[in-house]
Write a protein that binds this ligand. Sequence first.
Ligand code: C2E
Ligand code: CA
Ligand code: CA
Ligand code: CA
Length: 279
Amino acid sequence: ARRNGGSQLIEFDNEMAETEKRWLDMEVDMRVAQNKQQFYLMYQPKVASQNGALRGVEALVRWQHPEKGFISPAEFIPIAEQSGLIIEIGEWILLQACRQTKQWHEQGIKDLVCAVNISPLQFLHIGFLDTVEKVLQQTGLDPHFLELEITEGVLMHEVSKSTEILEQLHNKGLKVSIDDFGTGYSSLSYLKTFPLDKLKIDKSFVDNITSDDADRSIIKTIIDLAKHLNLIVIAEGVEHQSQLAQLIEYGCDEIQGYYFSKPIMPDELNTFINQQKKS
Ligand code: C2E
Ligand code: CA
Ligand code: CA
Ligand code: CA
């Protein structure tokens, strides 16, 4: 039994080394990826729940690796965070998204709001506000059309610092939304102290909205809460008509999900708009 346990341990060590090596490889590859322009952004439409009209988009980063093919952001963003590379990559994402949004405005897609995911590390980084300012200046985008999606964890752990950053963003005219709302362990009292604009109900609740009483109650409660706090509420991961119907009944303002559209390339947005008008 002992020998067995020992070899298991070695196996475990090897697995650890494998994982570590994969991470290191990926970190090296990510540095190259930035220079070689292997990253690009796709955009997922957000629509008004009542009539399906386009309200905005969420920018989602993509990595096309020359040998390994497509790598999911769920896989590489955590590594970018752990290595600190997220600061550089995140700035590039912000710049790219603002540039694209400005371009859409110039093409006549007025009032389009673009949401950009901001990792906690990036949000708390010393130069973050300056970066936002710089990017807005560089692109000429009106800050009212830029929305930042952040998760609630960062706000809970760094309350005073977060308050300061949020207030400054608010003063600049940006919008802030809480991503994956309801999944972090957090007190709700922060909702009244921070200047926020929107709550995004996590896909994990939406998935079971038609089958699970508990998830349905949670969603209803989040929507009611948002209304009372004067926040806009959006649901992500909506794939079926039945989910949409329930969300509309509860008064959810905006919808994002495959039911309306998967993430698309920038030049596909006009097609999306035209299709929505017809339906
Ligand atoms: P997230 O911010 O919660 O983004 C929503 C994810 O759900 C996206 O996956 C989107 O493509 C997917 N999704 C949207 N609607 C549906 C649906 O109806 N059904 C299903 N099955 N999926 C749907 P994606 O693009 O793979 O991104 C995964 C996560 O990676 C994001 O979760 C976010 O945490 C992170 N991420 C993506 N892009 C960025 C970025 O530019 N910066 C940062 N910091 N993180 C990013
Ligand atoms: Ca998001
Ligand atoms: Ca989300
Ligand atoms: Ca999510």
